[in-house]
Design a protein around this ligand. Structure first.
Ligand SMILES: [Zn+2]
Length: 96
């Protein structure tokens, strides 16, 4: 038996939005405090861990900012300006 979601899209969005902001703060604090590695005795395992963290954060950043694999296909050239026909963002904000 499945339970029907009775929330509105706005309620569901805001619940996820609030939780996402809390995660960002928690992750920011953990990174700032170097909670992922000892103060002494860094080894290549810690390098792998932070590289993995960076990679996952880069994926989120790319998606939010339409970069990397999420880059819009509407880019037409470095001198283009105005709204993109594909995504509506400014063409100046697109990269190649
Ligand atoms: Zn676009």
């Amino acid at each position: 038996m499945t339970t029907r979601d009775t929330r509105t899209a706005e309620q569901a969005y805001m619940e996820n939005h609030t939780a996402a902001l809390a995660l960002v703060e928690r992750i920011r604090d953990a990174l700032a405090n170097h909670d992922d590695a000892p103060a002494d005795g860094l080894d290549w395992g810690h390098v792998g861990d932070i590289a993995h963290t960076r990679s996952e954060l880069q994926e989120i950043s790319d998606r939010l900012f339409n970069k990397g694999e999420y880059e819009c296909e509407g880019f037409v050239g470095a001198r283009a300006s105005g709204p993109c026909a594909d995504c509506g963002r400014r063409l100046e904000d697109h990269t190649a």
